[in-house]
Design a protein around this ligand. Structure first.
Ligand SMILES: Nc1nc2c(c(=O)[nH]1)N[C@H]1C(S)=C(S)[C@@H](COP(=O)(O)OP(=O)(O)OC[C@H]3O[C@@H](n4cnc5c(N)ncnc54)[C@H](O)[C@@H]3O)O[C@H]1N2
Ligand code: MOO
Length: 402
């Protein structure tokens, strides 16, 4: 089938919205299943089941400070000029609690994380104590019940603390460990084959001849796939020849999805497009967005294929707003910020303009060409301007952090 034009209507949807593109890609991805891994190895993975606390934290009511534990009622009115004197009857350390009981007028020396002694309900920190020999102290202020951490106040044994679908960030790995888990069941990583296309594309580390360009897409997209918790099957780059593309795709092996860059726009040598339109399958071609409009979703012999545009900025932006959310099931995170400059409106496309953030406001980066790779590195953010929406300085806009 020829490239669609007014004389040849397409047999597939064209000019889909960003949301439609995301949903259509997600629908083509296989369910990766689950696996159990050590919590320490689970950074970036997604929980496959709820995580219940196996223990309570704190496991006992304990002190939040180094000082003494005593009865608050004994210490009311204590001050620098009216110190209150208490008898020291023991010591409670983390892992070595005091086993006796403190009575009225008595206290125990206590350290952060150590269980409260029976009979005590408040803490006075060392900074507010004056030692009077080994067995007595003077309090220069009243002891505080607020410096006690109640048993189970963080979480209680049996409580569901983390829900299935939660991405495991570093604080969540610490939490899973504290809940009592050494392993977690997570979604298996999707295997994503990655292929750059283009006669001019050259592997990094080799001298460039005239007209050639380093394969920055493989490196940038590969890193983004790792960040998204995927396993990358690197296919390197293939020249603009249909047979070479077919050979490269054949090396995708058991990948769950193939991600390509280049060769999907309107040119004579855009063979990724031709391969899928003529001999593969197309789910959609072109998305109502800029940059990244030429993106194409299809399939080749049962393998889902997402064709990113070759322009470096376009491929990374499409990855960010369509591919990553589909692969991870996590929505694109946005902030609301005030625009310090106007942002250009496109009548029929959602624009993702590169922008800088200063003083809590967002400004147009200026150079919005899709080949200006340093703009993505310098800008740090994308401002989302929905189809037809006008954005003046002072308006609030959605911002994606890069
Ligand atoms: N007549 C039209 N021309 C173009 C249109 C259009 O609608 N009508 N769309 C433009 C848009 S928008 C984009 S985006 C590009 C996308 O084109 P392709 O996906 O076919 O990409 P290529 O032509 O293969 O390459 C474009 C550009 O990117 C460089 N490139 C490619 N691969 C890599 C790589 N792995 N690493 C670094 N740089 C790469 C390549 O050298 C080209 O400069 O089409 C517009 N044209
Ligand atoms: O998708 Mo293109 O990115 O506008 O150059």
């Amino acid at each position: 089938m020829p490239v669609p034009d007014s004389a040849h209507p397409p047999a597939f949807p064209m000019h889909v919205s960003v949301e439609e593109a995301r949903a259509m890609l997600a629908a083509l991805l296989p369910d990766p299943g689950t696996e159990t891994v050590a919590v320490a190895q689970a950074l970036g993975r997604v929980l496959a089941g709820d995580l219940t606390a196996l223990v309570s934290h704190p496991s006992a009511t304990e002190s939040a400070l180094d000082g003494i534990a005593c009865r608050e009622a004994d210490t009311r009115g204590a001050g620098p000029d009216t110190p209150v004197s208490l008898r020291v009857v023991g010591e409670s350390r983390a892992g070595e609690p005091f086993t006796g009981e403190a009575g009225p007028g008595e206290c125990v020396r206590i350290y952060t994380g150590a269980p409260m002694a029976r009979g005590t309900d408040a803490i006075c920190p060392v900074e507010q104590l004056r030692d009077q020999g080994p067995d007595a102290v003077e309090l220069l202020r009243a002891a505080s019940p607020g410096d006690v951490r109640a048993e189970g106040s963080d979480f209680r044994a049996g409580e569901v603390v983390m829900r299935a679908g939660l991405p495991l960030t570093s604080p969540r790995l610490a939490l899973a460990t504290a809940l009592g888990h050494a392993t977690v069941t997570v979604r298996r990583r999707l295997r994503v084959a990655l292929l750059s296309t283009g006669d001019e594309v050259v592997a990094p580390g080799t001298p460039l001849r005239a007209g050639q360009v380093y394969d920055s897409n493989s490196v940038g997209l590969g890193a983004m796939l790792h960040e998204a918790g995927c396993e990358v099957v690197p296919l390197g780059h293939a020249p603009d020849r249909p047979e070479a593309l077919e050979d490269a795709i054949a090396r995708a092996g058991g990948a769950d999805v193939l991600l390509t860059s280049g060769g999907v726009s309107m040119g004579k040598y855009d063979f990724m497009r031709d391969l899928l339109i003529d001999r593969g399958r197309v789910a959609f071609w072109k998305v109502r967005m800029r940059p990244g409009g030429p993106a194409l979703l299809g399939g080749w012999k049962g393998l889902p294929v997402f064709g990113l545009p070759g322009n470096p900025v376009s491929s990374l932006v499409v990855f960010h707003v369509i591919v990553r959310p589909a692969l991870t099931g996590q929505p694109v995170q946005t902030l609301r910020l005030r625009a310090a400059t106007p942002f250009r409106t496109l009548g029929d496309k959602t624009a993702f303009w590169r922008a800088t953030i200063t003083g809590g406001q967002v400004s147009d980066y200026g150079q919005q060409g899709s080949g200006v790779l340093r703009s993505l590195s310098d800008a740090g953010a994308l401002v989302v301007v929905p189809e037809g929406r006008k954005v003046e300085a002072g308006d609030e806009v959605d911002v994606i952090l890069l």
